[in-house]
Design a binder for this molecule. Structure first.
Ligand SMILES: [Zn+2]
Length: 169
């Protein structure tokens, strides 16, 4: 008897369940870090083994996502160190600062949230103000094609936001 697919069913549902379960398990373990006083027998070493287990789960999560080609949601990705798979917990396993590398910090839209992993010291950077670029298939055709030839570019007016990513100093 051939399996019939129910209409509207999600393909690879078990993989989504797996990804979700792994992430929930890891964040649950992470939420227990610092709560070591439930039981008198618990020591700070228990936190370390929780974080180690969480990392193990997240390594598995990443492998599952890569193999199944299922993208993790940005929110999920933001909680995982991309270098060592540590669960990033603000103030616990990670520290975050806002830096602004524009000249004298004069450009408020150049604010970048920098999250540093305390395990491997890798950093993730998130522009705070700049709009996210769309994924390639969703991008429009290059605007030059549709632009009227009579339009004169005025530097420093509408294009000011462009240099957010190019500004080095
Ligand atoms: Zn790390």
């Amino acid at each position: 008897m051939a399996k019939t697919k129910a209409a509207g069913s999600v393909p690879n549902k078990h993989l989504y369940s797996r990804l979700s379960y792994l992430h929930q398990a890891a964040t649950f373990l992470g939420s227990q870090v610092g709560n070591t006083h439930h039981f008198e027998s618990e020591s700070p070493a228990a936190d370390q083994s929780r974080l180690q287990l969480a990392r193990h789960l997240l390594t598995d999560l990443r492998a599952t996502s890569l193999k199944s080609q299922i993208r993790l949601s940005p929110a999920m990705k933001h909680t995982i160190c991309k270098f060592c798979d540590t669960l990033l917990i603000e103030g616990e396993t990670s520290t975050s600062i806002v830096e602004n590398k524009s000249k004298h910090g004069k450009k408020p839209w150049a604010d970048v949230l920098v999250i540093k992993c305390n395990a491997c010291h890798g950093v993730k950077r998130f522009p705070v103000q700049a709009q996210r670029q769309k994924r390639r298939p969703q991008r429009e055709q290059a605007p030059e094609d549709t632009r009227k030839p009579t339009t004169i570019k005025q530097p420093g007016l509408s294009d000011e936001k462009v240099d957010v990513t190019m500004n080095d100093g």
